[in-house]
Design a protein around this ligand. Structure first.
Ligand code: AMP
Length: 439
């Protein structure tokens, strides 16, 4: 199978070949012909499958084939919604890369940066807009976007947008779009909520699924290292140092934990940066750039911040703490083994996390091999302590952070319990926080 046989125009083939792709990935081979026909699509694809080119290439081609700018003025004819700023920036880069030989204009809007330069670009007119939902609504309320001419809508990583509490924002955006349009929805998992959203939105969609739902990528070798909680950092430094790893993505459950671990690694002589929702957009971009360029060896991330990060050929992913939601494990390890490269995902698991590990193994339908390191044997006298399992790490993250701010620095506040009726107040809280995160 070649890109030429998919029916793409010469300008797109040229851009693809300059990118060095020799053949379409399975999702590209399946989705591109259907999308060129104008079909709606429900795409089940993990990150790293090449789904971005899978929707961007046909999107560009269809925009070229349909109407020209009206009265010389461009209108937004394609809208791509993503959950995080990083993913928005990456998709926007792909649009620029694949569209470099076409006379189409695009821009990206997300929060955390000034709105005015975004407005200037929008006023000049764009054909394609990539956006996070919160900032897009800011532009709607400031009348800097007109969504009434959208022909193609892409909801990328829809499951994560719902997880992050964006459903209301998405519905508000949908209400501003024309009824007749081509709609694409990509999701790594298909919950009832996603199916409901899809049912109301998609018109006889083609279904394209490349990796079986909720199974972890075949190219990623997975291993669990049982270890006491208090010795995880030591083991991590040992693994990085003794294997001479140059590029490691490490996951923690909380923003506070990410900061603390990156500081501690620095004291072990390992360059590290943290990336999470409390960091300014500038700091997030810099941390990612430093990690990609090899300036820092370790990027410590929370689940939300890491979502959508495309770091090519990332060899090592470490779960310093297991996620509260088993699906997040699949997303995390999807950061390695991307686009045909082999990767290694290891989890440092303490006695508290045994239940979380069981949930993950049930989800991926296999047991993950365990290996205890000499000198790091877990102390059998340590009793498990409970881990709060809210409806997702995000709730817990905000709860823990507020707890973290109150406690003294360096004290272990990983396990601050929810107080009083926090459970009832949480959903709104969660939604607001996360909206801020992506705005
Ligand atoms: P995505 O799943 O869209 O985030 O893409 C994951 C990675 O695969 C990105 O680094 C892409 O540049 C790369 N990629 C996309 N399509 C291909 C292809 N046909 N051949 C090789 N690499 C690709």
């Amino acid at each position: 199978m070649s890109f030429e046989s998919l029916g793409l125009r010469a300008e797109l083939l040229r851009a693809v070949s300059e990118k060095g792709y020799s053949a379409p990935t399975p999702i590209q081979a399946q989705a591109i012909p259907l999308l060129l026909e104008g079909r709606d699509l429900m795409g089940g694809a993990q990150t790293g499958t090449g789904k971005t080119a899978g929707f961007t290439l046909p999107l560009l081609q269809r925009l070229m084939a349909t109407s020209k700018p009206e009265n010389g003025r461009r209108a937004i004819r394609a809208l791509v919604l993503t959950p995080t700023r990083e993913l928005a920036a990456q998709v926007a880069d792909s649009v620029l890369t694949y569209g470099r030989y076409l006379p189409l204009r695009s821009t990206v809007v997300f929060g955390g940066v000034s709105i005015n330069p975004q407005k200037q670009k929008l006023i000049k007119g764009v054909d394609i807009l990539v956006a996070t939902p919160g900032r897009l609504l800011d532009h709607v309320s400031q009348r800097s976007v007109d969504l009434s001419k959208v022909d193609i809508l892409v909801l990328d990583e829809a499951d994560r947008m719902l997880d992050m509490g964006f459903i209301r924002d998405i519905r508000k955006v949908l209400a501003l779009l024309p009824k007749h349009k081509q709609t694409l929805l990509f999701s790594a998992t298909f919950s009832t909520e996603i199916k409901q959203l899809a049912n109301g939105l998609l018109n006889s969609p083609a279904l394209v699924e490349v990796a079986q739902q909720n199974t972890s990528s075949e190219l990623v070798s997975q291993i669990v290292h049982p270890v006491d909680k208090g010795r995880k950092r030591e083991l991590l430094s040992f693994l990085i140092g003794s294997n001479n790893w140059k590029q490691v993505l490490v996951f923690t459950r909380t923003k506070h934990g990410a900061n603390r671990l990156s500081e501690q690694l620095a004291t072990d002589g390992i360059t590290a940066a943290a990336i999470h929702g409390n960091k300014s957009q500038g700091a997030r971009t810099k941390a990612l750039a430093d990690f990609k360029s090899g300036k820092v060896r370790v990027l410590v991330a929370t689940d939300i911040a890491a979502r959508g990060l495309d770091i090519s050929q990332l060899p090592h992913v470490v779960n310093y703490e297991l996620p509260n939601i088993a699906e997040d494990y699949v997303h995390r390890i999807g950061r390695t083994g991307r686009a045909g490269n082999e990767g290694e995902a290891m989890s440092l698991v303490c006695v508290d996390e045994k239940g979380l590990l069981k949930d993950i193994e049930r989800l991926i339908k296999r047991d993950i091999p365990k290996k205890i390191f000499d000198g790091f044997e877990p102390d059998p006298s340590i009793k498990p302590e409970p881990i709060n399992k809210g409806r997702g790490g995000r709730q817990q993250q905000s709860s823990k952070n507020s707890a973290g701010r109150k406690s003294s620095p360096g004290r272990n506040n990983q396990r601050a319990p929810f107080k009083g009726n926090a459970g009832r107040g949480q959903p709104q809280n969660r939604s607001r926080r996360n909206t801020q995160n992506a705005r």
